[in-house]
Write a protein that binds this ligand. Structure first.
Ligand code: ZN
Length: 342
């Protein structure tokens, strides 16, 4: 899981995925005949199939390299930064977090997210009733305004800080959404043997702001079959009702039936289920009421593609403590490798 640690700790806000892209390209190179980067920044590795050209299908894999983050929108006279979100944040997850500001040139500044207003000691009961919004937060860099303005400017990226670590049977860190999908893609490719069909492994950009990289790369590749690799919610935590769990940690890779961006191809779902059963790979079926994956983008380019999402169940999605079970990660790698080896 050393590679997953490196992927998780790399910085890659939407539209600024270069650091992750470099890692992905380096990993794909020995596994694919050809690796390229397109105009938008998607990294595309091609592993040609051994079948006859005429019968060969194009299978596209997509795992997004971007993570949710912020962009500096204002620097005030005291050197405090205001930030604009790029991706969906729950403001409650921002309390007391440390962030890294990717400043001018090579400046990397540690900062603190804080809510504008009074500390608890000075709050009135009226103050306490105020809604917490993402826009309520500012970043303190611990520097005078002149220094801040030398090192940072409007448009700089802000990513939260959190080291990747093992915890019990799980792994936890920031940006497992979707570096864990990137990891599954790379490890499955490593395990593939004798693929008949052409495999296009794509690290996509800008998924968190609207599946943008998946759309352009799928247009170029024109896949017959497209498989998104992404996290899904595991709401198997206290006070969650059984019917709202979506998935559970440790119960295997999730085969997505639908979410709000796509309905998986029914034949593909059946095929993956049959393979999982044949190879005794644990799996669960998933319906996500809200949220989407790159499958939603890949499905609707050109004449359309048959899509499915293989999901890795994750607790606390879109927080610094995204948490996955090691067995579920392995199940996702095994199932994808078995499918691609056909
Ligand atoms: Zn994702």
């Amino acid at each position: 899981m050393k590679l997953l640690k490196r992927l998780s700790e790399a910085f890659g806000g939407s539209g600024h995925e270069e650091e992750v892209a470099e890692l992905v390209a380096a990993e794909l190179k020995p596994l694919c005949g050809k690796v390229s980067t397109d105009t938008l920044g998607n990294v595309i590795g091609v592993k040609r199939g051994k079948g006859r050209q005429a019968g060969r299908k194009r299978i596209m894999l997509a795992a997004h390299m971007d993570e949710i983050g912020f962009i500096v929108s204002h620097i005030d006279d005291k050197g405090f930064l205001r930030v604009h979100p790029a991706g969906g944040f729950d403001p409650r997850t921002l309390m007391a977090q440390r962030v890294t500001v990717l400043g001018k040139g090579t400046h990397r500044l540690t900062g603190l997210l804080n809510v504008a207003g009074k500390p608890i000691h000075l709050q009135t009961s009226e103050d306490r009733k105020k809604d917490l919004r993402v826009g309520s937060f500012f970043v303190d860099l611990g520097l005078p305004a002149e220094t801040v303005k030398k090192k940072a400017e409007i448009g700089d990226r802000v990513i939260w800080q959190r080291g990747f670590t093992r915890m019990g049977d799980c792994v936890t860190g920031k940006a497992l959404d979707d570096r864990i999908g990137v990891y599954v893609m790379i490890e499955a490719l490593r395990a593939v043997e004798g693929n008949r069909h052409d495999i296009y492994a794509v690290g996509t950009v800008q998924e968190e702001v609207g599946l943008r990289g998946a759309l352009t790369s799928a247009y170029e590749i024109a896949p017959d079959i497209a498989i998104a690799l992404d996290v899904t919610l595991a709401v198997d935590t206290p006070d969650a009702e059984a019917q709202s769990r979506v998935t559970e940690l440790g119960k295997g890779v999730a085969l997505k039936i639908m979410d709000s961006s796509s309905i998986s191809d029914a034949k593909l779902v059946r095929e993956f289920r049959a393979l999982a059963e044949e190879h005794e790979i644990p799996y669960q079926l998933e319906i996500l009421p809200r949220g989407g994956t790159d499958a939603g983008g890949m499905q609707r380019v050109r004449g359309g593609a048959r899509v499915i999402t293989l999901s890795i169940p994750v607790r606390y999605v879109h927080s610094v403590n995204e948490t996955a079970h090691k067995d579920d990660v392995q199940a996702a790698i095994d199932l994808l490798a078995v499918y691609l080896s056909q």
